[in-house]
Design a protein around this ligand. Structure first.
Ligand SMILES: [Fe+2]
Length: 214
């Protein structure tokens, strides 16, 4: 058994207040080095923290680690605002990455629904690893599709991914994929965080609301 957050108990996700800190310059996601890494569609990922600071996207378990205690990569030097955003949460973080998602269709997104593997090698009694999304590009027509049951649309929530959206998801519990009509690629920061008192306090400070769910 792992320590889990009460705030995610009922639905498995929470929409937080929009990010309202210093604006993130476009260069902080456009000038990074991306790796060819497929997850949830036609994607590339820019690793900002990895298991041992190398420029790679593999799960930390490949290195004998749980998805915690991430180490900054050389990309981190190019995105100080995003590094600061991650540090400001105050919780133990693992993978810190930017996803670049090329356009897809609704049918493809539903086909891409998947669960993340966030807790492999995470010892019993420690905090359950969940993920936070920070939307970087402005994609009002893009939706994060979440389902409790992959094959049951009645368990679905759709969340519009406007710029600065902050969204926390127990992505090992909820099936998820983004439907992104395009035409430009979509960018978002995704960070693995360990559930803890510190993460709880950050969530409280971000005043969760329910706007954006349709
Ligand atoms: Fe995922």
């Amino acid at each position: 058994m792992h320590v889990k957050l009460d705030s995610l108990k009922e639905k498995g996700f929470a929409i937080l207040r929009d990010y309202d800190g210093p604006p993130v310059p476009k260069e902080e996601w456009e000038s990074l080095e991306y790796m060819d890494w497929k997850s949830g569609g036609d994607t590339n990922f820019a690793p900002i923290a990895s298991a041992f600071g190398e420029m790679e996207c593999r799960g930390f378990w490949d290195h004998g680690k749980a998805d915690k205690d991430g180490i900054w990569t050389q990309n981190a030097e190019k995105c100080p605002t995003l590094v600061q955003w991650t540090k400001n949460v105050g919780a133990n973080f693992g993978r810190v990455r930017i996803i670049k998602l090329n356009p897809n269709t609704e049918a493809e997104a539903i086909h891409n629904l998947h669960l993340d593997d966030n807790n492999r090698l995470n010892p019993d009694g420690e905090g359950w690893v969940v993920r936070v999304w920070l939307e970087l590009s402005n994609d009002p027509n893009t939706y994060m599709i979440l389902r409790e049951d992959k094959d049951d649309p009645s368990t679905e929530s759709r969340i519009s991914m406007l710029k600065n959206r902050q969204l926390i998801i127990d992505s090992q519990r909820l099936w998820h994929a983004a439907w992104h009509p395009g035409p430009e690629p979509r960018y978002a920061l995704i960070v693995s965080f360990e559930s803890s008192e510190a993460l709880h306090r950050w969530i409280e400070s971000q005043a969760p609301t329910t706007s954006g769910v349709r």
